[in-house]
Write a protein that binds this ligand. Structure first.
Ligand SMILES: Cc1ncc(COP(=O)(O)O)c(C=O)c1O
Length: 406
């Protein structure tokens, strides 16, 4: 068949997609989008090969916990597979409200709202609570979920150096006293593993009458009493206006939440576009998050094992002379400092049977290209030790001097 000429003519946008260098490189080297064909605990199968997962966010290892699985199954039986609608219209279910009350009590706040993704929760908080004319001060390393909300908000953006409270204070001092101000940070930074310096930050926020927004996707389940997160870890419950979080890490589900005062949550329910124009969280995921939260409190051994594993792994990395960016949490980067090194180490580890994830600039600051690794409650000491031995051999073989790797 002869194609009509309009179909064969090139279109600028289609040409852009097909000539994109990033996509070409990704397809050539294939470092991302690996399809796991089977999973058993910390072991995954990719293209028929068993690999040890060394980069999971399932910190507490609860996604196959019998209670969590049963809760999700029962919820599907009761509620079906999807609410098929926005919470505002026809998608609100009793299971959402129960999870919101459970979370609010756990976090020590008045109210909560659950959404179908942590990404939407973070984006929705900033895009709704801050607007043109306000000043939004953010740490340079915040996750894209907050960034995208910041951009949508239309506020004047001020970026302070990562974890630099003096820089934050300098920016605050330069702003007019009467201007609306907000400070947004991650509770635990996903790539660096750093814990936000909230005590000083909250002090500055109170002094300069700014609201504080904390994305605690990686703090919940890891830090604080029974895993209440970074705000609790610092003893600041009640002094942070907005907590955002995800169910896709420690709580072994999907979805996210916003937590704060009742007035603030009700305001979000009537104005936040990410809440209003997106379907509610499936009941199975609400039930999984809810049961995982209960398990986390009733079975503290999972968190204890996570923290012990993280300490053991961190000590091993320190012995190897690996730069792990002084991460005090279970997310422990191997900072290599350039893309090429990252790719070579990542590939060698992959060939040795380890699943890790590369994060290169601009996803991380230039010169801090890294391989993100993490341990979970499910890893054994032997698995961590074997990984460390392989890492040592890999770095030696590639000639990457240990001590300072870049
Ligand atoms: C710091 C941080 N915030 C937010 C999110 C988004 O969470 P979710 O996976 O629930 O959309 C993530 C997930 O990658 C994250 O790491």
């Amino acid at each position: 068949m002869i194609l009509p000429s309009f179909l064969s003519a090139s279109k600028p946008l289609l040409d852009r997609y097909s000539s994109d260098v990033g996509t070409k490189l990704r397809l050539k080297y294939q470092p991302y989008y690996h399809t796991v064909e089977a999973r058993e605990g910390v072991w995954v199968t990719v293209k028929g090969r068993r690999l040890l997962m060394m980069s999971s966010n399932e910190y507490l290892g609860l996604s196959r916990h019998p209670r969590v699985v049963r809760a999700a199954r029962d919820a599907i039986e009761t509620w079906g597979t999807s609410p098929c609608g926005s919470r505002l219209a026809n998608g609100s279910r009793a299971i959402h409200v129960a999870l919101e009350e459970q979370l609010a009590e756990f976090l020590g706040v008045e109210a909560c709202h659950v959404l179908s993704a942590g990404y939407l929760a973070c984006m929705g908080s900033l895009s709704t609570l801050i607007r043109r004319g306000d000043a939004l001060l953010v740490d340079k390393s915040i996750h894209s979920a907050l960034w995208d909300g910041a951009l949508l908000s239309g506020a004047t953006l001020e970026r302070f150096n990562h974890e630099d409270m003096a820089d934050l204070e300098r920016l605050l001092l330069a702003l007019p006293a009467a201007q609306g101000k907000a400070i947004a940070v991650d509770g635990v930074y996903s790539m660096e593993g750093h814990i936000a310096s909230l005590p000083r930050l909250v002090e500055l926020a109170e002094k300069h009458r700014a609201i504080t927004i904390v994305d605690d996707a990686h703090g919940l389940g890891v830090l604080g009493r029974d895993g209440r997160g970074t705000v609790d870890h610092h003893g600041l419950t009640g002094r942070v206006e907005v907590m955002a979080g995800s169910f896709s890490k420690s709580l072994a589900s999907t979805g996210g939440f916003l937590a704060g005062s009742r007035g603030l949550i009700e305001y979000l329910r009537s104005t936040c576009r990410q809440i209003i124009f997106s379907a509610g969280l499936p009941a199975s995921q609400a039930a999984a998050a809810s049961e995982a939260l209960r398990v986390m409190v009733e079975e503290p051994e999972h968190r204890a094992r996570l923290l012990a594993n993280a300490d053991h792994y961190r000590a091993g990395l320190r012995d190897l002379g690996v730069d792990f960016w002084d991460s005090p949490t279970p997310g422990l980067p191997i900072v290599l400092g350039d893309k090429e090194k990252c790719y070579r180490v990542w590939q060698a580890l992959w060939e040795e049977g380890y699943f890790t994830v590369m994060a290169v600039a601009p996803g991380v600051p230039a010169g801090r290209d890294l391989i993100r690794t993490s341990v979970t409650a499910e890893h054994t000491t032997e698995q961590i030790d074997t990984f460390l031995l392989t890492l040592r051999r890999t770095l030696d073989k590639l000639g990457y001097r240990r001590g300072r790797l870049h």
